[in-house]
Design a protein around this ligand. Sequence first.
Ligand code: UDP
Length: 357
Amino acid sequence: MKVVTIIGARPQFIKSAPVSKALKNAGIQEITIHTGQHYDANMSAVFFDEMALPKPLYRLECGGLERQEMLVKMQVELAPIFKKEQPDFVLVYGDTNSTLAGARTANELNIPLIHVEAGLRSFNLEMPEEHNRVETDRRSKILFTPTEEAVQNLHNEGFQNKGIQIETIGDVMYDALLQFKSKAQWVAEMGDRSFFEKEFGLVTVHRFENVSNREKLSQLVNELNEVHATQLPLYMPLHPSTRNRLKEFGLQLNIHQSPPVGYLQMLWLLQECSVVLTDSGGLQKEAYFSEKPCITLREQTEWVELVTLGVNRLHVIGTDSLKHAIEDFRSAQLDYSWKGYGTGNAADKIARTILTA
Ligand code: UDP
């Protein structure tokens, strides 16, 4: 059994760690292709080092392009590799351009497609990620969903009648967190250690809809600066897109910040912080796994169950008070006993399903 896996963006490196290990343990041959969508050392190489990921056999250079150009370049470069490798399956993760390019190319060449993290919906078609998710699901043969909510989304779209195998396995990011949390560590690149000895909030921002619009990013910067100055010290490892937009728009972010950090540092920060403020999909769940309240800096989330549980609340930038949202969480009784993301064996279930497919 041979699987070609496509990875290219930060969260995909993290998701692939437990899955690659499980495929190897099951005796499934995995060939990895890195599309180069994320290429900076702190957005890519750090994860291969820290998580001992298998070295990709193929490394493309498809980063730094507009979405359409990127998709086309990836498809053109993936096709000859798929033809050469002749895999039984192509496996893709999540909702990035690398995901969709892998899905389209697999379909073109009639190779069955596996989508890990299927069935998620934000119902916001202004997000490129939403297009990537929906189209990838439609092109797949096996859909691995993290939650029952995701299965419901697929059923609402009639997937049960399309001859597609749907398996609810739990969340591979939970597997990753359980496997690596004992290695969580602070590093000097995060800046002054004494900052982290007091109570602080962990912030990440990178979504296109938040950083590409000057007015919105400016409002967010004002809100974060105010919280940091008057309520709770904030720390943000800065995503390169956000860093570039802040510079381009001439915006001054006054909170504690550093370049992006590795996964083991994020696990350390999740253990130490008192609240998470983020527009990241993955971090919302990691906040839950780490039993930390999360304020999602978006109008909607794919991880709706966390909002229902009351541990995650949406904050629409520029409309309501971020300070109030943080204050509310301080007095709230939060319950983290729901186990809907599985028990940390999602990757093994993927391997077992592939073996019998
Ligand atoms: N992450 C990281 N370093 C950082 C910021 C995030 O390792 O400086 C990790 C984070 O813990 C999570 C993943 O990257 O596992 C989330 O990726 P990202 O927010 O880029 O993408 P999304 O989840 O929104 O697709």
